[in-house]
Design a protein around this ligand. Structure first.
Ligand SMILES: Nc1ncnc2c1ncn2[C@@H]1O[C@H](COP(=O)(O)OP(=O)(O)OP(=O)(O)O)[C@@H](O)[C@H]1O
Ligand SMILES: [Mg+2]
Length: 222
């Protein structure tokens, strides 16, 4: 089912290098098969924007960076995001790490918080903090939104941590999504300026991203 109301999907975690950008670019690109998508690069590092620079992604990439510098900046940033919503079926926001205020701002309007978590103790601690922000946002909004999906990312099932990640994430009491395994193709797709579905169609990496995007679509259709 394709949603007719524009949906905002915020991809974030407070830990750097947890696969936020890889997930944002690939999920946005998979969603583009079902409606117009704008991918917002909210990170001043500009990784998502660099990925789209070659013009090979099936989504429009907009750089709307936000630093953690106060309410006025947040309000201006949020109004840009709301304006984009009108032109797309899905807005996917790639959030920066370490900036709780930026994540909080995004969660005031997001329909879904997509949280990639790699099987490392450091990621789990940052995830706990990110989920505190999520629960605060739900309280302020007085409802069940944003929905949340924890996505085991860069998973290597040869390691114990990789085999146990779903069990560990279930303790957070949020939905745990289809996992994305560690694949060299994800790294190389960035170098090629393509999403995984174009770079390595029907590869395991592509199939996993499509499975994740299908869950995302179901969740935001509610
Ligand atoms: N599933 C995967 N398999 C293999 N490598 C991956 C996978 N996901 C991400 N990577 C690699 O891990 C590194 C970090 O990924 P990415 O840039 O997506 O993380 P991030 O959370 O956006 O980082 P930052 O916090 O710096 O914004 C990159 O080199 C990326 O190519
Ligand atoms: Mg990133």
């Amino acid at each position: 089912m394709t949603s007719t109301t524009p949906r905002i999907i915020a991809v974030g975690n407070l830990k750097g290098g947890s696969s936020k950008t890889t997930l944002a670019v690939n999920v946005a690109s998979a969603l583009a098969e079902h409606g117009a998508v704008v991918l917002v690069d909210a990170d001043a590092q500009g990784t998502a924007a660099a990925w789209g620079e070659a013009g090979k992604l099936p989504v429009a990439v907009q750089s709307i960076p936000l630093a953690d510098d106060g309410q006025a900046a947040f309000a201006a940033w949020l109004s840009k995001l709301v304006a984009l919503k009108a032109s797309a079926a899905f807005v996917v926001v790639d959030l920066p790490p370490n900036l709780g205020g930026v994540t909080t701002a995004a969660l005031t309007i997001a329909d879904l918080f997509l949280v990639p978590v790699t099987p490392s103790g450091m990621d789990l601690r940052a995830t706990e903090k990110a989920l505190q922000l999520l629960r605060q946002a739900r309280q302020v909004r007085g409802g069940e939104k944003p929905f949340a999906l924890l996505v085991p990312s860069r998973v290597d099932r040869r390691t114990a941590a990789g085999r146990e990640i779903e069990g560990v994430l279930s303790d957070f009491r949020e939905q745990v999504g289809p996992a994305i395994s560690a694949r060299a193709a994800h790294v190389d797709a960035f170098g090629a300026g393509q999403w995984i579905g174009a770079y390595a169609p029907r590869s395991v990496g592509h199939v996993e991203i499509e499975a994740l995007a299908a869950v995302v679509r179901r969740m935001v259709a509610r």
